[in-house]
Structures are given as C-alpha cells and as structure tokens.
Design a binder for this molecule. Structure first.
Ligand SMILES: Cc1cc2nc3c(=O)[nH]c(=O)nc-3n(C[C@H](O)[C@H](O)[C@H](O)COP(=O)(O)O)c2cc1C
Ligand code: SF4
Length: 512
C-alpha cells in the first residue's frame, strides 16, 4: 500500500518552499521505488514549523519540520518514508504536540488534517453534517440554534449572530435576500480567515449555505481580500465541486431550496472591510461608509435584507448545527461563548493559530503557546484585535480573553489577532503609526477622521520633538475625544484607542 505523505499547500507553507519540498519528496520516492501518495493538506497553523511534512504510519501521523528543500535528501536518507526519528527535524506524532493538544478545536478541527478540496475527505471528517440537519429544519429553528450557541460575530464588533439572522429572517420573504461573507481580513497579525478559506473551504460554503436556508436568502457573495490569490483559487474550485455534488445550486441537497455562491475580489482598501463600505464596493462603487440606520440586515446589498458575517462566524455554524447550539455554548465564559481562533503574530517565537475557549488568559497564550519573543528579549506590549485597538502593558496580561473583560480595560478582542512587541519597540512611533494608518485608510466621508488623523500625526510629531509638550498633550487628548465621539464609523472612532493607550501606559516613550 502506498505511504501517504502530507505537504501543506496554504500560503504560509508555499512561501516557505512547500511546492519544491513536495516535488523533491516525489522525486526521491520515484528514485528509490517507494510507492507514495502525496496529499496537499492545509496547514495545522503551526506557522513557525512550515512546511510541516507528515507521514502516515500505523501509529498515527509523524511530523517533520520546518523542512527546506535542501533538507529533503538527508531526511529521506534518515528514513522519512518510514516515519523514522533519526533526524533533528523529527517532531514525533503531530496530534501529540502540546501546541495542538492543548487547544479546543471546534472550528479548526479538520484544518491541516484533510485535503482542502476533497469533498469525500470533508464528509469523512464530519463535513456537511450541519447542512444535512439544517435542510430538515424550519428556518426559525436554525436561527434559534444559532442564538442558543451564543455566537458573536468574529469580525470585530462581536454582535450576536443569531439576532442578526433573526432580523433578516423576519424581513418579508418576497424580497431578494443576500448572504455576504466579509473575507477582507485586513487587521494586523490576522490570518485565521485565510486559513479557513485555503485549508477548509467547504466549511465556509456550508456555513453560508446554512445561513441562506435560515433567512431565506438564495444568493451569497464572498468579498475576498484581493491579496489572497491562493484562497481565491481554493474557493472557486471548492464552489465548483460543491455545485457539482449538489451542495450548492438550485436544489441544495434535495431541499427544493436554492443557494448560489460567488467570490468577488475586494478593492484593496482597509475600509472596505467595514460592512457598509464593503456593500458599496460589492455594488461596484467606491468603498464609502454608509450611515446607519438602516442596518444592512434591513437594507443591505442592492438595498435588500443582507446578512454580513465574518469568515470565522460562518465557519462556526456547521459545528453549531451538527452538534447543537448548546454544545458550542458549553465552552467559554460570561457572554463570550464558544471558542476563539487566536492568531499569534509579531515578535513571537511560535507564531500560529490557536483555537481556545474564551476565558484563557493572554499570558497563557503568550507564554504557553507563543514561547516568548522571537528575539528572546522581554515583551513590552501586546496589541490584540487589530490596528485600531489598545496596546496592552504587562500589567494587563492576566486578563481573560472575554469581550467584556477587555472592554473594561479600554481594549478589545476584535478578530483575535495578537501582535507582540519586545522592549525595543518605540510606543510613540506606534501611536504615530495608528494616526498615520488612519490618514491613509480613511474613506474621507467625515471630518473628525479625515482631518483629525492628519492633525493627530502632526501633534504627536510635535510632542516627540519637545515642542510645547504639555499643551500638545492636552491637544492630543482633545483630538482623540473628538474623533471617538464624532466619527461616523469605527475607523475614525477607534483610531484614538492605541494612541490613548500609549499616553496612559507608555508615557515615557512619548517624551523620550
Ligand atoms: C475599519 C473597519 C475594518 C473592518 N474590517 C473587517 C474585516 O476585514 N473583516 C471582518 O469580518 N470585519 C471587519 N470589520 C467589521 C465589519 O464592519 C462587520 O462588523 C463584520 O463584517 C460583521 O460580521 P460579524 O458579525 O460576523 O463579525 C471592520 C470594521 C471596520 C470599522
Ligand atoms: S470615520 Fe473615517 S472611515 Fe469612517 S466614515 Fe468617517 S471618514 Fe470614513
């Protein structure tokens, strides 16, 4: 029987030479007459070990990594095809690695294990179980299950998904309704959406199809970050295969109900991730933020009732429908139910994807999983949730990952990206960056954001240059307040958060 060998095909692994590693493994197997079956799986999310090659053995999948093309010959000589341990890159049974073993993978349970484009593999690992149940349920029962799960939007605002779906469900059924997936993943240090789309695309298709059945929408769009060409290829092919197998199209699994899905490439602007700006862009217009109300759930795409959810929100749905909303709600703390896919990035030794129940402390994530900084220097600050969130000092790292606990500190969880800075980071430079980022990415519709961010850069520069420091600090505080209170959307409304956190927690950096 052929030995099955897995070489990941996601962007991280590809950028580290996975294609060449796969080619060389195949070459050496051929040269030695070893019968192998090469599977291009997704990434397990242990980014620092990519490409992580796995060999299927009678005792489970044995890992080696990170493998560079130059390592392949020596690995083969050391018994790679038999899963032998006689090489420094031998990692042992992958499922037993503490980084994976300590996680609670509900959404990412298949990722890295399966072939992303194999429907059979997807089904063999529980895929389409949720959809199978949903087609036999009344739409309201699906919405109720999502409400029971306590799922809150994973794109940043943490709005309860079930309530959003209820609003669209309750709109008159005669109108065309839409399901829109926000896959414009633009927050610093985030890559969980990409991993879902590249490594388990049927899960997103299944989640969006269930949403369509729940609210009566027959058409869906994935608004995909244009810098994700691998995800684009994967999604297009997965949609084609799902249509051919009857999971999408005019008659979803014999339910008599239709759901059609297409990918649309995003416009390449951070603000197009904001849901109303996204809808403008999807309609072919410039990505300008719309005033709310009306909510997209009532007047969204082309003025029709629309569910807009993040990739991770939709990706949580198949588990919820398959295992029941309560099974999901059994994880977590307080009003933060279920699990959070956390992305560990920045100056960190073991960057990667960690899925854990809400309630784990930031410190556990940084130390137990991250293993300290990449540079080996002490950590100074951590920014959780993207470029519009606060920089958190060490005194706050005991905080549990919980939406409310973070909000109390003036911080946020956002999309679950954790970016680490060591003690060489100049936090004044980071505060300036926050304002500068806003000058570049603002849609320009409202004054506090468009003009305020430009003035913000100038005032920070003056403080750093030692010009009228006290007066300029007061001015900066006033400016931040004006932006928070007067901006139309969270872009201008939250840009001050990292700046204010630097003024509060790292004041010496501003005057250094
Ligand atoms: C400036 C800005 C950028 C955003 N970028 C994203 C993004 O890239 N992906 C995303 O899912 N949500 C993003 N959001 C949040 C969306 O507006 C919206 O809340 C989300 O798509 C709703 O889905 P959810 O309820 O599943 O989180 C952004 C918001 C703002 C203000
Ligand atoms: S806050 Fe900024 S991004 Fe948002 S609407 Fe105003 S100008 Fe546009």
């Amino acid at each position: 029987m052929a030995t099955r060998i897995y070489v990941p095909c996601d962007t991280t692994a590809l950028s580290m030479g996975a294609d060449e590693v796969a080619r060389l493994i195949q070459y050496h197997a051929g040269a030695r007459g070893v019968d192998i079956e090469l599977v291009r799986n997704g990434s397990r999310g242990l980014c620092w070990l990519e490409p992580l090659v796995e060999i299927e053995t009678t005792t489970g999948r044995i890992g080696y990594g990170p493998i560079e093309p130059d390592d392949v010959q020596a690995l083969v000589d050391a018994g790679l095809f038999d899963g032998k341990s006689d090489h420094p890159l031998f990692l042992g049974p992958v499922a037993d690695m503490p980084y994976l073993k300590r996680q609670q993978r509900l959404t990412f349970s298949r990722i890295g294990i399966t072939d992303p484009l194999s429907i059979d593999d997807y089904r063999a690992h529980g895929g389409f179980g949720g959809l199978g149940k949903a087609v036999a349920m009344m739409p309201q029962a699906i919405v109720d299950d999502v409400k029971t799960s306590g799922l809150r939007g994973r794109g940043g605002a943490a709005f309860p998904t079930g309530i959003k779906w209820q609003t669209v469900h309750d709109e008159p059924w005669q109108s065309q309704k839409y399901i829109v997936c926000n896959a414009d993943e633009g927050d610093s240090g985030t890559f969980a959406d990409r991993l879902v789309m590249e490594c388990d695309p049927f899960m997103l298709i299944e989640g969006m199809t269930i949403a369509g059945l729940a609210v009566g929408a027959t058409r869906g769009y994935i608004y995909l970050r244009s810098e994700y060409p691998v995800a684009h290829r994967m999604l297009d092919e997965a949609i084609r295969r799902a249509e051919a197998a009857g999971y999408l199209g005019e008659d979803v699994r014999g339910s008599g109900r239709a759901f059609h899905l297409e990918v649309r490439l995003a416009a390449g602007a951070y603000i197009c991730g904001e849901e109303t700006s996204l809808l403008e862009s999807l309609e072919g217009k410039r990505g300008l933020v719309r005033a709310k109300p009306p909510l997209p759930a009532i007047k969204g795409l082309f003025g029709q009732p629309t569910v807009v959810n993040n990739v991770l929100s939709f990706a949580a749905i198949p588990f919820i429908l398959d295992q029941g909303g309560q099974a999901y709600a059994d994880y977590g703390m307080g009003n933060s139910r279920g699990t959070l896919p956390i992305q560990l990035a920045g100056n960190i030794r073991q960057g990667g994807l960690i899925e854990l129940a809400f309630g784990v402390s930031l410190k556990e994530i940084l130390e137990d999983f991250g293993g300290g900084t990449f540079t080996g220097r002490p950590m100074k600050a951590v920014q959780v949730g993207g470029p519009l969130m606060a920089y958190m000092p060490a005194s706050q790292w005991d905080t549990p990952m919980d939406y409310e606990a973070f909000a109390k500190l003036g911080a946020g969880i956002g999309h679950g990206g954790v970016v680490v800075f060591d003690d060489t980071a100049d936090m004044a430079e980071q505060a300036r960056f926050a304002m500068e980022f806003c000058t570049v990415e603002s849609c320009g519709k409202c004054t506090p954001c468009r003009i305020g961010s430009v003035r913000g850069v100038e005032v920070i520069d003056r403080i750093r240059a030692g010009e009228n420091r006290d007066a300029n600090r007061v001015l900066l505080e006033d400016l931040c307040e004006t932006m928070v209170d007067g901006s139309l959307c969270a872009m201008g409304g939250m840009t001050p958060f990292p700046v204010q956190s630097v003024m509060k927690h790292f004041p010496d950096d501003l005057t250094a």
